[in-house]
Structures are given as C-alpha cells and as structure tokens.
Design a protein around this ligand. Structure first.
Ligand SMILES: [Zn+2]
Length: 160
C-alpha cells in the first residue's frame, strides 16, 4: 500500500537551548494546553508571531493614520510574579513604574520599558520585594521580549 503523500514534510530540524526557568514555562504551557509535544508550543508561537507581524505590516502600510493611534497605549505591563519569600502568586502592574525609551526600527518604534521598584508587598505574607528589569514592545502593540527579576529586599520591614 502506498504511503500517504506529505505535501510539506517537516524535514528541517532545529535544536533550541532552554534554561530551567524556560523548561518550567514550557512544561506549564504543555500541561495547560494539553499538548503532547513540546515542539507544538514552538510551532504555535511561531505561527502567532508570523500572523501578528503580517497583520501589523499590512495595517502599517494600508492604514497608517489609525495604526499609530490604535497602538499608542502600548502593551499591558501587568504580570504575575511569585513572592520571593513564600512563592505566592502576586499580580503587579508596572505601568506607573517605568522609564520609557523608543528607537525607530523597520516596523516603527521599539519601546523599552525599564523598571526597578521596591513598592511591592506580597498579598499573602505581607513582605516587601523588589521587581526590576525591562520589557520590550516591538512592533507597536506587540510583546517582543522581557527580563523580570523578583528579589527579596534585605532589611525590609516585616509585619505580621
Ligand atoms: Zn509572600
């Protein structure tokens, strides 16, 4: 019996290095989305990025006036972070904590949001912690990459 013909076989191979944190994120996404193969996470992310960039490029070229208005507000800077003392999940909004800088690139500006704030208190244990790092938005309205560090504060005032 003839084997079914595959139009576009997956015959290109990539090896992707991940660290422990990324490995945990990968496992989390697989579990929640009930995916059997970790490579499906990368394929889905690729399709999402590809579709998003095509959409942005189209909008930018065809509706330039509304394009800049539509995404002027920027991406969400809300994140879930784990308390460095008790590991409870806390929702933070970095929107009022950021220094913004912008650079003009091929698809318009890239915006970097930098933050370093100690004004965070765990809603479970009440202890104060520091959140520092940066988030990159590129193109407008799209998440690009981020580094978010959550650390304990030495000598923070603990209240019971
Ligand atoms: Zn805590």
């Amino acid at each position: 019996m003839a084997r079914p013909k595959i139009d576009d076989a997956r015959d290109k191979m990539y090896r992707v290095r991940v660290n422990d944190e990324e490995e945990q994120m990968l496992q989390y996404v697989c579990d929640r989305k009930e995916l059997k193969n970790k490579s499906d996470v990368f394929r889905a992310a690729l399709k999402e990025a590809y579709g998003m960039l095509r959409m942005r490029e189209f909008d930018m070229n065809e509706n330039q006036d509304s394009y800049y208005e539509e995404y002027a507000e920027g991406i969400s800077l809300e994140r879930i972070v784990d308390c460095p003392y008790c590991s409870s999940k806390n929702k933070i909004d970095l929107v009022d904590e950021c220094d913004e800088s912008s650079y003009e690139r091929q698809m318009g500006p890239e915006t970097i949001y930098e933050f370093d704030t100690e004004d965070n208190y765990c809603k479970n244990c009440g202890r104060q912690f520091r959140v520092s790092g940066y988030i990159s938005e590129y193109p407008m309205g799209a998440f690009n990459f981020e580094e978010i560090n959550v650390n304990p504060i030495e000598g923070e005032e603990e209240y019971e």
